[in-house]
Design a protein around this ligand. Structure first.
Ligand code: SF4
Ligand code: SF4
Length: 180
């Protein structure tokens, strides 16, 4: 899984996706957590969340990110893409190694192998063999290439008890900002 292996900061990076070479490694390795915009995109595509996703306890998710569990968030869950029996994302085409929903892929998939903050590139995931390939790009050019231009980073979509959700969203947004 993606968590706990990021490094690097900066304003520029070289990157070129070499999915034929790595056999779409990130679509096997990563746990893809959806945000509200991703869920809305699935709805537009007629993809039922219940078919495409499974939930994970929010505190289990935070533990994977290296964060201490927060008692107030107990009982809430995040929504993750399902994997097939081979551990691949269910939207990965086994024939050509491409994403079947590429134009509407989740924010997490677009941003990989980077995490951006207001200051620039906050993290890079060293498992991606596309890092250090291609031309040196600034953040704006990288975001263009990744299909992130005009999209806002959002905290994971939370599901669970309605009354608890109301009080937990602000807390989760704050935790999410700190974790990135
Ligand atoms: S983003 Fe990196 S790990 Fe993912 S398919 Fe492209 S080169 Fe491979
Ligand atoms: S949704 Fe597409 S890009 Fe994201 S992990 Fe699945 S196959 Fe890869």
């Amino acid at each position: 899984m993606v968590f706990g292996r990021f490094f690097g900061k900066g304003q520029t990076s070289r990157f070129e996706c070499v999915y034929t070479e790595c056999k779409s490694l990130c679509c096997k390795e990563n746990l893809v957590v959806l945000n509200e915009d991703d869920a809305a995109a699935f709805e537009r595509l007629g993809i039922k969340l219940a078919d495409a996703t499974e939930n994970m306890g929010l505190n289990d998710f935070l533990s994977l990110l290296g964060s201490t569990p927060i008692k107030q968030l107990d009982g809430l869950e995040v929504v993750c893409l399902k994997k097939d029996a081979g551990g691949n994302c269910r939207f990965l085409d086994s024939e050509d190694g491409c994403c079947k929903i590429y134009d509407d892929r989740p924010y997490f998939c677009r941003e990989f192998p980077f995490k951006f903050s207001k200051g620039g590139i906050k993290k890079k995931d060293p498992i991606c063999p596309g890092l250090g390939r291609g031309e040196e790009m600034d953040v704006s050019a990288l975001k263009d290439v990744l299909g992130l231009s005009g999209l806002d980073v959002k905290a994971p979509l939370l599901v669970g008890d309605e009354s608890k959700l109301k009080t937990s969203k602000a807390l989760m947004s704050m935790v999410f900002r700190l974790m990135r």
